[in-house]
Design a protein around this ligand. Structure first.
Ligand code: C5P
Length: 218
């Protein structure tokens, strides 16, 4: 039988990462943060002096990524880059190169390799539509853009970064539009996905909805 798994897709800052980790913890499963792979590819492009417009070169950089995920650390070439891939510049480039078909292709097998017993929770934009189309439970996690920008603003301030709500809103709208309108693996709910709107839901309540849906599958 196929290894159990849950996909969680949705727009930027919809809470996918937090929910994925909490659900995985509750089930004793592992997590795939697919966005981190796009960010790692972007970092490799920046650090490697690769032309970000050269689709083939960007895909090669992704293919060659030497990366290991380990308890919150992300080791790339012997250095923990977990903090660096969250930088604005890296996220922005990730969102742009994510439109490249060769890059998405290069990351497919790497993502699928995360599916190991006893189970996997995978979060991203195309987990349910492209990478794991046979997943038995697919969640499309949405929240209105105001709620998402406010959450991101709070998060950044807690980490000691400066943040401006208006800038975040605009940035989020641009990223969402790029993700939704691209030709390759656009952000979209799979036909069999269950949509959860977390605008007015706590993390606990959202996690419970996902776990209840999983239990109801028997
Ligand atoms: O989720 P996160 O913001 O870390 O992802 C970084 C970028 O990678 C996103 O802006 C999105 O364009 C891209 N991405 C994607 N497909 C995924 C995950 C992320 O295109 N499955």
């Amino acid at each position: 039988a196929a290894i159990p798994m849950i996909t969680i897709d949705g727009p930027t800052a919809s809470g996918k990462g937090t929910i994925a980790h909490r659900v995985a913890q509750a089930l004793g499963w592992s997590v795939l943060d697919s966005g981190a792979l796009y960010r790692l590819a972007a970092l490799a492009v920046l650090d490697g002096g690769i032309d970000p417009g050269d689709e083939a070169a960007v895909a090669r950089a992704a293919q060659d990524l030497d990366v290991r995920f380990d308890a919150g650390c992300i080791w790339m070439g012997g250095v923990d880059v977990a903090a660096r891939i969250r930088e604005e510049q890296v996220g922005n480039l990730a969102s742009k190169i994510a439109a490249y078909a060769p890059l998405r292709q290069a990351l497919l097998d790497r993502q699928r390799a995360f599916r190991r017993a006893p189970g996997l929770v995978a979060d991203g934009r195309d987990m349910g539509t492209v990478v794991f189309p046979d997943a038995p439970l697919k969640i499309f996690l949405v929240a209105d853009v105001q709620a998402r920008a406010q959450r991101r603003c709070k998060q950044l301030k807690e980490k000691g970064f400066s943040a401006n709500l208006a800038d975040l809103l605009q940035d989020m709208r641009e990223r969402d539009a790029r993700d939704r309108n691209r030709a390759n693996a656009p952000l979209a709910a799979a036909p069999d996905a269950r949509t959860i709107d977390s605008s007015n839901l706590s993390v606990d309540a959202t996690v419970k909805q996902v776990l209840d849906l999983w239990s109801s599958l028997g």
